[in-house]
Write a protein that binds this ligand. Structure first.
Ligand code: SAM
Length: 288
């Protein structure tokens, strides 16, 4: 295991950490090791890391992987990152915004470069942009075998929540549509420099070979969004108020009845599969 000294690196390079970029760097080698070990990295794996910071996880992963492609938005960190990783030759630093890069192109290029067979995405995510990054990887990026993310504890809880619980929402459905999420462990604030105000959780998303339901995805996620958009309303009201489904209240009631659901049911009790049934019933009526 590599020994990191986050404070020393910050001082050596006189780094000013930027709060708005979510720069809370890990300062605990055991946490680094446990995150990296939970990702199942082998010597045939390409790791895509989002936000390497000063490279504490990057180093550890490079020792186990075929190669690491690390995408870091902050150009001020790049000299420190390069210096800190100078002893390792299988790391490529890409100074870009992860939301603006062509991730599939990065995967293809680096898989070839490192002759890698598997692709893992690993990140201590910047909290200001956690959900958009996770959704981008789930919805748009093909060819990833697994993802391990450190996120705010409440976000991890939402991702694994089951129907009918208070944390269950559009994020739970979206994550469970594409993957099997598993909470790995919690990380307290004192493991970071500077310490964040929130607790963190490491979560692994094992990507499903196909979604648990076969649906028109566009319609499916419109229904999910509308159902949770008005959480306190009944499903019938939330869907008819959304005004985008071209179905009368009576027709929606009829669909729910055919599905064996109570008329006054709320969206938050529908499972990923039940939303699938709903989407297919709506589509049969060619509603969009
Ligand atoms: N991986 C390092 C660690 O664990 O110590 C740093 C993690 S820190 C929570 C998040 C990192 O993501 C920062 O280095 C930040 O500059 C970077 N970052 C923030 N927004 C980004 C974006 N849109 N694209 C790429 N990197 C980003």
């Amino acid at each position: 295991m590599i020994k990191n000294n986050t404070l020393e690196v910050i001082k050596k390079h006189n780094l000013k950490l930027t709060k708005t970029l979510g720069q809370n760097f890990l300062n605990d080698d055991n946490v680094v090791k446990d995150i990296v070990n939970s990702a199942g990295i082998g010597n045939d794996t390409l790791v895509v890391e989002i936000g390497p910071g000063i490279g504490s996880m990057t180093k550890e992963m490079a020792l186990m992987a075929a190669g690491v492609a690390a995408v870091e938005i902050d150009r001020h960190l790049i000299p420190a990152l390069k210096d800190n990783l100078s002893e390792l030759s299988n790391i490529d630093i890409i100074n870009r915004d992860i939301m603006k890069v062509d991730i599939e192109a990065i995967i293809t290029e680096h898989k070839r470069k490192y002759n890698a067979a598997a692709v893992k995405v690993v990140a201590n995510l910047p909290y200001y942009i956690t959900t958009p990054i996770i959704m981008k990887f789930l919805e748009e990026v093909k060819g990833v075998d697994g993802m391990v993310f450190m996120v705010q504890r409440e976000v991890a809880q939402r991702m694994v929540s089951k129907p009918g619980t208070k944390d269950y929402g559009a994020l739970s459905v979206a994550v469970q549509f594409y993957s099997e999420p598993k909470i790995i462990f919690d990380v307290p604030p004192h493991c970071f420099i500077p310490q964040p105000e929130v607790h963190s959780t490491v979560i692994r998303l094992d990507i499903l070979s196909q979604p648990p339901v076969s649906v028109n995805k566009d319609l499916y996620f419109k229904l999910v969004k509308a159902s949770f958009g008005q959480r306190r309303k009944t499903l019938v009201n939330a869907l008819s108020n959304a005004g985008i489904f071209n179905k009368s209240k009576e027709q929606i009631k009829g669909i729910l009845q055919d599905m064996g659901l109570e008329e006054n049911i709320r969206g938050e009790v529908l499972s990923v599969e039940k939303f699938g049934e709903l989407a297919n019933a709506f589509e049969q009526g060619n509603t969009l």
